[in-house]
Ligand binder design. Structure first.
Ligand SMILES: [Zn+2]
Length: 591
């Protein structure tokens, strides 16, 4: 049943379960196994038995999943701690494969069970489709291959986590180096940029070799499941019921036609403003008026305090986004992973994995936000973005079916997060003077102009990768560079062939989450619609937003979009319309 938040926040949402003991160690197979056996052997005679089985399984799965995500969080927070890494790998290698096996037995039992007709489709309908599909796709021989893929991805995270450079007399993570791209002094930017590029290239062959292994393993996974290539498998495995490769290609063409020219116009005016003969990759993040870089906050606690004010102003209603954010912030800004109730680990430091994410701890029904904040405008965007995911987790956590909380389609999950980036724009004065806030809004619009072409690049690259099995590294390089030609930002990369050819090595999704990327484009077009609705009627748009989020994964994608008052549509026509609005926005901002 959809849950609406209209009361004061409760500090925790642990549900008492008659079947799963509160003290169960979800990371111990010895403790999990008898409970799973009990579920597999339990007779189901009709709807109420089926409902009970689904709820008990949800709670047991939640306990195991929480153990896994806690270990993952800790590992990404401390990639240099062997004990933390060993705990994560032990879970991945010893518990996860067994979970997949019992999970399959339970899926098969559920798919064949009597009683579905007696359960409410609005709560159980999507879950039923899910277990039927899972049974169809499951192959026992793929379990070991998937474990191996997870291990390779972990190796990739480790390689990236170890990358650092010595600059101006001290060691910097590559994430920390990003801020030098905003320095007015061009020679500093170039030096910093080249250092990072050279550092990445030092691991080029290791990353290429690791990726080659991944391609082979994925090809085998797909063939084992009876698909001709990994793309066909991935579309089914990602439950893409509402679109296929054709729509992705159309999206790419729409972006090429409507967004890339705008992006290159922005680059051309940047070049003119900077007064440089040619625009180089290290000229892309600096303020074209050579003003000092924006410094929106100092440190994680400051970032949280300012963000909290943004959400309180955006939605001060009881149970609104202001309260939800305060709830997430209550455990402090973190520094040691998922310990002691913390929901945040924000500041970049050596040994942390790159990037940002939001993870759920499914039993406590608590979100966790991981970031590498260093004090730039991009961090503000990431903070409100990941907060949107956390809101999704909190608003949908009342449902007893874990699937409805944990498997929200990414195309809509990213609407929840990207909308927050757009809806926060009027409140950026919490971080800036009015003039600086306009600068930040312009920067955001420029990031947006970069986003859709980059989404098309990464998505189209994957279509190529997985429909050209057995390709050589040289062919892969050629395919990537061709896409850079179609969708590139228009900077001059002369003499920088190597860094450009392996630019994709920094895109973690290609390694750990294949084919996950078009979702950002689909969601961006949804978020832009939501921003339009918010401009017309803020209260109604926020109510629709929360209504859509509270549904979790319980409805098909087009219905989730409709519940939030927007359309599931990423056609070239939608891109053209959305882009006209972004350009109007840009025109209204001081240059
Ligand atoms: Zn996201």
């Amino acid at each position: 049943m959809p849950v609406r938040y209209d009361g004061p926040m409760v500090p925790s949402f642990r549900v008492e379960s008659e079947y799963v003991p509160a003290a169960l160690d979800g990371g111990s197979w010895g403790e999990l196994e008898p409970l799973y056996r009990g579920l597999i052997d339990r007779p189901v005679r009709g709807a109420e038995d089926l409902r009970r089985l689904i709820h008990d399984r949800s709670e047991l799965d939640a306990a195991a999943s929480e153990a896994g995500s806690t270990r993952y969080i800790n590992m990404t927070c401390r990639t240099d701690d062997p004990a933390v890494k060993a705990a994560y790998l032990a879970f991945v290698e010893e518990v996860q494969p067994r979970l997949k096996e019992v999970g399959f037995e339970l899926d098969r039992k559920l798919a064949a069970a009597e009683g579905w007709e007696g359960l409410e489709p609005a709560v159980y309908g999507q879950y039923r489709r899910e277990v039927v599909t899972a049974v169809e796709l499951f192959r026992a021989e793929n379990v070991a291959l998937e474990t191996e893929l997870t291990r390779l991805d972990q190796r990739y995270a480790e390689l990236c986590g170890q990358m650092s450079v010595s600059f101006r007399g001290r060691e910097h993570t590559l994430q920390q180096m990003a801020r030098y791209q905003e320095e007015p002094d061009r020679a500093t930017r170039e030096e910093a940029w080249r250092l990072v590029a050279e550092r990445r290239l030092r691991d080029r062959d290791a990353v290429e070799a690791l990726f080659d292994q991944m391609l082979v393993l994925r090809g085998r996974v797909a063939r084992n499941a009876g698909f001709e290539d990994f793309r066909a498998y991935a579309f089914k495995a990602k439950r893409r019921w509402d679109y296929g490769p054709e729509e992705c290609h159309a999206f790419a063409e729409g972006v090429e036609r409507h967004v890339v020219p705008a992006l290159r116009r922005l680059s051309a005016s940047r070049r003119a403003e900077l007064g440089v003969g040619v625009l180089r990759p290290w000229d892309m993040s600096v303020d074209p008026k050579q003003r000092p870089a924006l410094r929106p906050f100092e440190g994680g606690a400051d970032l949280v305090a300012r963000s909290a004010r943004v959400f309180r102003r955006m939605d001060p209603s009881p149970g609104g986004l202001g309260e939800l954010f305060d709830y997430v912030a209550r455990g402090g800004v973190g520094g040691s992973g998922a310990a002691s109730g913390a929901c945040l680990d924000l500041e970049s430091r050596p040994g942390k994995a790159p990037g940002g994410y939001q993870a759920n701890r499914d039993r406590a029904r608590m979100p966790f936000i991981f970031m590498n904040a260093v004090g730039v405008q991009r961090d503000v965007e990431t903070m409100v973005h990941e907060a949107g995911h956390a809101f999704h987790a909190l608003l949908s956590r009342g449902t007893p079916v874990l699937y409805n909380r944990a498997e929200i389609p990414l195309e809509f999950a990213e609407v929840a997060s990207m909308s927050m980036e757009l809806l926060a724009k009027p409140f950026l004065d919490e971080f800036y003077t009015p003039a600086e806030a306009d600068r930040a809004r312009r920067l955001q619009a420029e990031h947006r102009a970069n986003l859709l072409p980059w989404v098309a690049t990464i998505d189209q690259f994957q279509h190529w990768l997985y429909t050209h099995p057995g390709h050589t590294r040289a062919e892969r390089r050629g395919a990537w560079l061709a896409l850079r030609g179609r969708f590139g930002e228009g900077a001059d990369w002369a003499g920088l062939d190597e860094p450009q050819a392996y630019l994709w090595h920094r895109q973690g999704h290609l390694f750990g989450a294949p084919f996950y990327y078009i979702e950002y484009g689909i969601a961006q077009l949804g978020a832009l619609q939501l921003e339009g609705a918010y401009r017309r009627d803020p209260a109604a748009a926020l109510a629709a937003y929360k209504r859509g989020l509270a549904l979790g994964a319980s409805r098909p994608l087009p219905e989730l979009f409709r519940s939030a008052g927007i359309e599931f549509d990423f056609s070239p026509a939608r891109i053209a319309r959305a882009w006209a609005e972004v350009e109007a926005d840009l025109a209204a901002l001081p240059a």
